[in-house]
Design a binder for this molecule. Structure first.
Ligand SMILES: NC(=O)c1ccc[n+]([C@@H]2O[C@H](COP(=O)([O-])OP(=O)(O)OC[C@H]3O[C@@H](n4cnc5c(N)ncnc54)[C@H](O)[C@@H]3O)[C@@H](O)[C@H]2O)c1
Length: 254
């Protein structure tokens, strides 16, 4: 029987938002590619342990770590604990995020702080924690999950779109600052069937809008995870500051 390629054999990866959705699929895919995985989550012990359980059952190594990405001290402790348990991080994929639909003129300071806090500051705190460790070692791959909406914008989603556009700018700045030793890239998915955008809860109108793209369907978390595995691997050795777009053709630019 042919064995599957394991391009990340011996590497250590951390994935935030890894209890559900794209983060979960990414943690599983990185482990299948050979990485030991820190499954980072926030107050989702049961779901995170299911993810680590899957990985361990498949012969891999994974541990769950709880941290609120908006809190610097929790992120620092999490990264420290992950490295103590699994070894120096080679890969970090930042998937933790929230979304909120609200008319702009009804958006409060609290709404803004909540969405931008998780979606942009959360990526900042995690990037700082992992890059401060990767930089002295002179190696690493960091992948930040943005959104096609960071390019396109969407009515009723201004804080989310602003935060995701910020993630793209942050990613490209860090790509320049930490090159050539460390590669920092991003992924800007289109509509993906996850708890954030669940096909089960979608109204027919929204489903029709999300499917009105060249692929004529909503994507699967595994289709985003594949981009993360590629960016984490040596196959992406010439990729710096790129924002890959698993989006079914919803956006063809950037
Ligand atoms: N689903 C889509 O259509 C889509 C499209 C483009 C981009 N994205 C992005 O992909 C990423 C993953 O989203 P998803 O679709 O898998 O949804 P999801 O809701 O399944 O995943 C988001 C995860 O972030 C975690 N999280 C939220 N706040 C946190 C905090 N303060 N600290 C730590 N973790 C926190 C949640 O617990 C959850 O596990 C997000 O950044 C999202 O914006 C999703």
């Amino acid at each position: 029987m042919a064995t599957l390629p394991r391009p990340l054999e011996g590497r250590v990866a951390l994935v935030t938002g890894a209890a559900t959705g794209i983060g979960r699929a990414t943690a599983l895919a990185l482990a299948a590619a050979g990485a030991r995985v820190a499954v980072a989550h926030h107050r989702q012990d049961d779901l995170a342990c299911k993810v680590t359980g899957h990985i361990v059952d498949a012969g891999g190594l994974a541990l769950a770590f709880d941290a609120d990405v908006t809190r610097t001290s929790e992120v620092e402790d999490m990264v420290q604990a992950a490295e103590s348990a699994l070894g120096p991080l080679d890969i970090a994929v930042h998937c933790a995020g929230v979304i909120q639909e609200r008319a702009f003129l009804e958006t409060t300071d609290e709404d803004w702080d909540f969405v931008v806090g998780v979606d942009l500051k959360g990526v900042f705190t995690c990037c700082r924690a992992v890059l401060s460790r990767m930089a002295p070692r002179g190696r690493g791959s960091v992948i930040n999950v943005a959104s096609e909406l960071g390019f396109l914008g969407r009515a009723q989603y201004a804080p989310y779109c602003a935060a995701k556009a910020g993630v793209i700018g942050l990613t490209r700045s860090l790509a320049r600052e930490f090159a050539p030793a460390i590669r920092v890239n991003g992924i800007a998915p289109g509509p993906i069937d996850t708890p954030m955008l669940s096909l089960d809860n979608m109204s027919p109108d929204v489903l029709e809008m999300e499917r009105a793209i060249p692929a004529a369907r909503v994507g699967r978390p595994e289709e985003v995870a594949a981009a993360a595995v590629f960016l984490a691997s040596d196959a992406a050795s010439f990729f710096y500051g790129q924002i890959l777009g698993p989006n079914g053709g919803a956006f063809m630019g950037g």
